[in-house]
Ligand binder design. Structure first.
Ligand code: 6PG
Length: 245
């Protein structure tokens, strides 16, 4: 499969960079490593898809010690729990690298509201009172077009002041309360990469990146104010996009 690169215009003023490749995890891993080497602020995605990207990034010869790792969202479980995004990132990346970044973990075990408030304090410690400008934000996509823990129709989608919010009832499994960065923080990132694979995500990809901004498809609201937006897709996930895989 030759690599296909293209520009998908989801809206007249907005360019998305669409990369349809057999191994989109390698695309994400390369950007993670570059951002780490540059000492960037990197927000990791949860779920299962990013695991392969983290394992590939861990295999690269790079100094992580100047980087800071954040999380786009977290489940409200202990940090060693099977559903913990931190636990997955630790197993796939942090425990496999020789130089350690600064890790700003969401303390989900404190419960959604306390953990969200505490994470907001930590963000403000590093970024001050303005909007945090993360250098790289890696996001996944659910089959319902949610991203991070921002689910279809959720009140959190309209949050314009808070940097992180608690999500009592997520729209998808695991059905545990969550903490999520809000859209203002996501859209302030200098670069956002969606890493999506599998035919089960194809409809969500089309709804999120070919149609209008729609709270029923939260990922369609991710349009970085000035940063780059890249879709790293395998052919199956890109199957419903114009031009397809
Ligand atoms: C989470 C993620 C979530 C994830 C999507 C896709 O905490 O679950 O932040 O947004 O990226 O649900 O998950 P998969 O990669 O497991 O399909």
């Amino acid at each position: 499969m030759t690599e296909r690169k293209g520009i998908v215009r989801s809206r007249p003023s907005r360019l998305l960079r669409k990369l349809v490749v057999e191994d989109p995890a390698a695309v994400a891993a390369e950007r993670l490593v570059q951002a780490a080497a540059a000492g960037g602020h990197i927000a990791l995605a949860g779920g299962s898809t990013p695991r392969a990207a983290y394992e590939k990034a861990a295999a690269a010869d790079v100094d992580w010690s100047r980087a800071t790792i954040w999380f786009g969202d977290e489940r409200c479980v202990p940090p060693d729990h099977e559903h913990s995004n931190y636990a997955m990132a630790r197993a796939a990346l942090l425990d496999r690298i020789d130089t350690q970044p600064r890790v700003r973990r969401i303390e989900g075990e404190r419960g959604p509201d306390q953990a969200a408030a505490a994470y907001e304090d930590v963000l403000r410690e590093d970024f001050g009172e303005g909007l945090p400008e993360l250098d790289l934000m890696l996001l996944g996509l659910g089959p319902d077009a949610h991203t991070a823990s921002l689910f279809p129709g959720a009140a959190a989608l309209g949050e314009s002041e808070r940097l992180a919010v608690g999500i009592e009832t997520p729209g998808m499994a695991p059905l545990v309360s969550r903490v999520s960065l809000t859209l203002p923080v996501v859209n302030a990132a200098r670069e956002v990469i969606f890493l999506v694979s599998g035919a089960d995500k194809a409809e969500a990809v089309a709804r999120a990146f070919s149609g209008p901004a729609d709270p029923a498809a939260p990922a369609s609201l991710v349009r970085p104010c000035s940063g780059a937006l890249t879709l790293a897709l395998d052919p199956a996930a890109a199957g419903r996009l114009e031009g397809g895989a």
